[in-house]
Design a binder for this molecule. Structure first.
Ligand SMILES: [Zn+2]
Length: 326
């Protein structure tokens, strides 16, 4: 066990992401102020792992990583991962060199996943940063490109019969509705953990932008705990798995091909940077509950190693991570 400094007080998510001078942790926040208050869109490198659609197969499922956006986080990496050591950063740099921009900036992908199964039916996991003017516009590189990426993947909106939102942060629900509040996937039930909805503050933009429009359209499906989202022949299935900590009702999606090929765990934000793969104890300053998030991260990584799951993350600049070899 390496000694780590005591966890720093949780940063204020809204303060960091909106570039406001939050009272708590002002000393560490000074470090990121120079990075500017908005993420900036960066030209994407046309390498294999950062192509707009990267596909893996497991059993009857085609799992597609869909790149909605790429940009620079509005805080330096040390500000939001204050307990990461130099050794942690060195290992993280080997795992995800694209995450390291100039001046300690954090470069990150914003990625969604589509799972196409028998019959062409599609489950979409997360909907990215959204269009210009979406709630993520305060800090993320909008507009995202998900609509054109879906077309590139051969997916029509009405092919999507289920949308799973891993959690209700604005960089994960952006394309759920258009700016007029009309659902983008009108034939899809939208699976969200009830605990996630109930934890929202009254003024949270997720309520007005996503939850209420979906509820009015009859498309909101709050769930509790581990839930099978889709089942196919054999034991092939998609299962929503509670992975709390980043947010109270955070969930991940296990894509199990039924024993024919390794399963894929779509992790949401259980880990947001390769430094949390290099050192799972390292907290992200904007996690809702760092102790729970740490336990969740350890459990998910242990299961992935034991079972041979590939990890499909939202923000690491590599798709389909094999943690057994990382
Ligand atoms: Zn995120």
């Amino acid at each position: 066990m390496t000694e780590r400094p005591a966890p720093s007080p949780a940063l204020t998510r809204r303060g960091v992401l909106r570039g406001a001078a939050a009272a708590a942790g002002a000393g560490t926040l000074a470090a990121w102020a120079a990075a500017g208050s908005r993420a900036t869109a960066a030209p994407h490198r046309p390498t294999r792992d950062t192509a707009r659609v990267v596909t893996r197969h497991t059993g009857p499922y085609e799992v597609m990583a869909l790149l909605d956006a790429h940009g620079t986080f509005p805080a330096t990496r040390q500000a939001v991962f204050p307990d990461a050591t130099d050794a942690d950063w060195a290992r993280a740099r080997r795992l995800d060199p694209a995450a390291f921009g100039p001046d300690d900036t954090w470069e990150l992908d914003f990625r969604c996943y589509a799972v196409r199964g028998p019959g062409g039916r599609v489950t979409l996991v997360d909907t990215g940063v959204g269009p210009a003017g979406s709630p993520a516009s305060d800090w993320a590189p909008v507009p995202g490109r998900l609509p054109s990426v879906l077309r590139h993947a051969g997916i029509e909106r009405d092919d999507v019969d289920t949308v799973v939102l891993t959690h209700l942060h604005e960089d994960h629900y952006g394309w759920t509705v258009d700016p007029t509040g009309t659902p983008m996937f009108p034939d899809a039930r939208h699976v969200v953990q009830r605990a996630e909805i109930e934890a929202l503050d009254a003024g949270d933009s997720a309520l007005s932008y996503v939850v209420e429009p979906l509820r009015r359209a009859g498309l909101l499906h709050p769930t509790d705990g581990r839930v099978r989202v889709r089942g196919d022949a054999g034991c092939a299935a998609l299962t929503a798995v509670p992975t709390p900590g980043h947010t109270p009702g955070h969930q991940s999606v296990l894509v199990d091909g039924g024993g024919r090929g390794g399963s894929i765990m779509i992790t949401g934000d259980v880990l947001v940077h390769a430094v949390q793969l290099a050192a799972p104890d390292v907290a992200y300053g904007l996690e809702d509950d760092q102790a729970t998030a740490r336990r969740t991260r350890h459990a998910l990584l242990a299961e992935a190693r034991e079972q041979g799951h590939l990890l499909a993350t939202a923000h690491v600049n590599r798709t389909f991570l094999d943690v057994g070899r990382s």
